[in-house]
Design a protein around this ligand. Structure first.
Ligand code: IMP
Ligand code: MG
Length: 185
């Protein structure tokens, strides 16, 4: 574990232990809700990779995992909701209990598009688990069953979350120093 925070981090919002504890709680909650069922986890690349890897290890239900990669057009700190699928699922989700695992819901535009696409494939159920959500930034309503933490509107990095593809490896979630986002995108 890195002892001090990165110089580009203004403030550590969630330290590694806080994240681990919450991920364990989410795992228990999901295991209870899906008891006796066969869960199909859909991870959204790349940001959700760390979260889904930790979450899966807390699950006590039978589960499979697959990934989707999507690119959202927009600036580096604001998405536009126009989404392109770069990598699709390998298997059909028809009749499956699907749980989409996301790193963060900001405007909600990306996820809203993704959910529409997945719903059209007729899963038996379709729910969302997001590590982070910024409720004040929402532009479209999203029904998210499992939320790790509600956070303020600041741009955050670490534990999978990037700024211009960097900082994903930080073992905590921190606020990117504001002066670094100026002029970005
Ligand atoms: P939305 O479409 O505005 O909800 O944006 C969702 C996507 O934007 C997330 O899956 C992230 O990849 C990215 N994103 C939104 N907010 C942040 C942030 O604070 N830090 C890093 N990535 C973010
Ligand atoms: Mg991203």
């Amino acid at each position: 574990m890195q002892a001090t925070s990165h110089p580009d981090v203004g403030k550590v919002l969630l330290d590694g232990d806080t994240i681990s504890r919450r991920v364990a709680e989410l795992g228990q909650e999901i295991s209870r809700d899906y008891a006796g069922r066969d869960l199909f986890l859909v991870g959204v690349l790349k940001g959700a990779v760390f979260f889904i890897a930790d979450l899966m290890r807390e699950l006590e239900v039978s589960c499979e995992v697959d990934f989707m990669a999507i690119s959202s057009y927009g600036s580096s700190t604001d998405s536009s909701g126009v989404v392109r699928i770069l990598k699709d699922l390998d298997e059909s989700i028809e009749g499956r209990d699907v749980l989409v695992v996301e790193d963060i819901i900001d405007s909600g535009l990306t996820l809203s598009y993704l959910l529409r696409t997945l719903r059209a494939r007729q899963p038996r159920s379709l729910e969302v688990c997001a590590l982070l959500t910024k409720p004040t930034r929402r532009k479209i309503e999203i029904n998210c069953q499992y939320v790790g933490f509600e956070i303020p509107a600041d741009f955050v990095i670490g534990y999978g979350l990037d700024f211009a593809q960097k900082y994903r490896n930080l073992p905590y979630v921190g606020v990117l120093r504001e002066e670094l986002t100026v002029g970005a995108g």
